[in-house]
Design a protein around this ligand. Structure first.
Ligand code: DP6
Length: 320
């Protein structure tokens, strides 16, 4: 009754921002992401006699604040009439800081919970279950380039291109390691209810998805760079124009954007994307990864960089 799974976070190039059904956590828009290789979360789920009192430890420390979401995720996967669970989650990167730790954590929890309970699901079913816990987690059930589409009252996921077919590199510039002020779940609802740009964000998303999908099919870096940066900045414009405004950037975030602009001007194949946090993710061709890493680590305010390739799907690593 114990299983351990590992999952990598994913970074959206065409972003998920907004929900069409809050109760079932269905996204308002489709999204396209890349799963990363060197960042990971390992989750063990142990089911034991007794029906109440789940326990969660995150990086070795008892965690009460995430426990309700984890318990809810276990209920979704195993059912509400289930034994109590002891869950431990360990990540090798800062959590709750805009580095998609909830994506890797809920993808691994879903997989480990199903295995611990002896349930077998297809990957698309696991992705739907993980998506109910956190929308972006559905994408970490797949490796490489992944598209999440809205179909009827559900989501559907497709692998667009595997890791080896287009081995891009990602340089993550960490500018702040503390947890963010407003979590994505709450921030999306504030945007939906108050941002004057929200409806045009939703209207334009299918066009961005089409452009990005075609760029990935053709391995057209320039086209992907243009649409990904535009999509990211539109999402942040929605946030900035919300009430209260949600500005996740700091001075170093903007400094890193300028560094990426200078690299682009010197002929480097690189673009940036930013999620609900102050970190910059610079996506580049393998031949440019050293110059991108050097430029970002020298950017004032950058505390650390992590360099990673594209990674595999979530997988089970132990079951007893
Ligand atoms: C900015 O998946 O964390 O990273 O479904 O409410 O858990 P919930 O939201 P979450 O939101 C991710 C937002 C984003 C963009 C993205 O990953 O597509």
């Amino acid at each position: 009754m114990q299983a351990t799974a590992i999952a990598q976070p994913n970074i959206a190039l065409i972003k998920y921002w907004g929900k069409r059904d809050v109760d079932r956590n269905l996204p308002a828009v489709g999204s396209i992401s890349i799963t990363l290789s060197d960042l990971h979360t390992t989750v063990s789920v142990e089911l034991e006699a007794g029906s109440t009192g789940d326990q969660l430890s995150v990086n070795g420390v008892e965690n009460q604040s995430m426990l309700p979401r984890i318990s809810h995720c276990l209920n979704t996967v195993i059912g509400e009439k289930r034994p109590r669970a002891r869950v431990s989650s360990d990540s090798n990167f800062p959590i709750a800081a805009g580095l998609a730790s909830s994506a890797s954590a809920f993808a691994a929890t879903t997989l480990a919970a199903a295995a611990a309970a002896g349930l077998s699901f297809r990957t698309d079913q696991l992705a739907r279950l993980a998506g109910q816990a956190s929308g972006s987690a559905a994408r970490s059930l797949y490796g490489g380039f992944v598209e999440l589409k809205n179909v009827g009252d559900a989501i559907d996921l497709t692998g667009l291109c595997d890791v080896d077919s287009w081995p891009l590199q990602v340089v993550v510039a960490i500018t702040e390691t503390g947890p963010k002020a407003t979590g994505s779940t709450q921030a999306m609802e504030i945007s939906r209810k108050t941002s004057p740009f929200y409806s045009s964000w939703i209207e334009q998303q299918d066009r961005d998805l089409d452009i990005a999908r075609t760029a990935i099919e053709r391995r057209d870096f320039e086209q992907l760079a243009a649409v990904a940066e535009h999509n990211c900045l539109k999402m942040h414009s929605v946030m900035w124009a919300s009430r209260p405004p949600m500005v996740y950037w700091n001075c170093a975030t903007i400094g890193c954007m300028q560094t990426v602009r200078q690299l682009q001007a010197s002929g480097c194949n690189v673009f940036f994307t930013i999620d609900a946090g102050p970190q910059i993710k610079a996506v580049c061709l393998p031949r440019d990864v050293d110059v991108v890493s050097e430029a970002l680590i020298e950017t004032p305010g950058v505390q650390e960089i992590m360099t990673t390739g594209l990674g595999p799907a979530a997988r089970l690593i132990d079951k007893t």
